[in-house]
Design a protein around this ligand. Structure first.
Ligand SMILES: Nc1ncnc2c1ncn2[C@@H]1O[C@H](COP(=O)(O)OP(=O)(O)OP(=O)(O)O)[C@@H](O)[C@H]1O
Ligand SMILES: [Mg+2]
Length: 182
C-alpha cells in the first residue's frame, strides 16, 4: 500500500564510490535499511549484482567500466525521477563518468567511501587484492588501475576511522540537512 509519505517522496540517488573493500556495499545496505524503516521506497543497485545481470557482458577495461556505469546511470535516473531513494555502490573510479551520472540523474549525492588501500587489502573479503597483487587479475582498481578521488563529494566517509553505524548516521543526517527526508 502506498503511504502519503512515499507518494510525496522526493527521489534522489546516493552514489557510493570508493576502492574495492572500502565498505560501499556494507554502508549502503545499512542506509537502505534505515530509509526503508522510515517508509521510503528504496532501490539498491550494487556492483556485484548488476554485473551478473544488466551488464554481465562487460569486463573491466576502461571502455567496459564506462559502459557499466552508463547503464546504471540510466536506471538510477528513471528511478530517481519517480520518487525512489536509489543507493548505488560501484567502484566508479573515473571522475568524468561520475560527473556525467551527476548531470544525468539530477538529485545526486556523491558519497566518497574513503579507506586507505592498505586497510582494504587487509579486509580483502573476496581475495581480489591477493589475486591482483600476484598478477592473476589485471586492471584492478587501487593496484593496477587508477582510482580518481572525488574532489567535492557531498558526503565523506572514512571507514578506517568510523564504524558502519557511524557512517550510516552521517549519511542520514546529511540527507536530512539536504531536505530529502520527509
Ligand atoms: N567501518 C567500516 N565501514 C564499512 N565496512 C567495514 C567497516 N569496518 C569493517 N568493514 C567491513 O569491510 C568490508 C567492506 O566490504 P564491502 O563489500 O562493503 O566493500 P565494497 O566497497 O562494496 O567492495 P567492492 O568494490 O568489492 O564491492 C565488509 O566486510 C565490512 O563489514
Ligand atoms: Mg560492493
Amino acid at each position: 500500500m502506498d503511504s502519503i509519505q512515499s507518494r510525496n517522496q522526493k527521489g534522489f540517488t546516493l552514489w557510493f564510490t570508493g576502492l574495492p573493500c572500502s565498505g560501499k556495499s556494507a554502508v549502503a545496505d545499512r542506509v537502505a535499511e534505515v530509509l526503508k524503516e522510515q517508509g521510503l521506497n528504496v532501490e539498491r543497485l550494487d556492483g556485484d549484482i548488476v554485473r551478473k545481470d544488466l551488464t554481465r557482458d562487460l569486463g573491466f577495461s576502461k571502455e567496459d567500466r564506462d559502459e557499466n556505469i552508463r547503464r546504471v546511470t540510466f536506471v538510477a535516473k528513471l528511478l530517481t525521477r519517480n520518487g525512489v531513494a536509489v543507493l548505488t555502490s560501484f567502484i566508479s573510479p573515473y571522475r568524468q563518468v561520475r560527473a556525467r551520472a551527476r548531470k544525468e540523474i539530477g538529485n545526486f549525492i556523491e558519497v566518497y567511501v574513503k579507506c586507505p588501500v592498505e586497510v582494504c587489502i587487509e579486509r580483502d573479503m573476496k581475495d581480489m587484492y591477493k589475486k591482483a597483487l600476484n598478477g592473476e587479475i589485471k586492471e584492478f582498481t587501487g593496484v593496477s588501475d587508477p582510482y580518481e578521488e572525488p574532489i567535492n563529494p557531498e558526503i565523506l566517509l572514512e571507514t578506517d576511522k568510523e564504524t558502519i553505524e557511524e557512517s550510516t548516521q552521517k549519511v542520514i543526517k546529511r540527507l536530512n540537512d539536504l531536505g530529502y527526508l520527509p
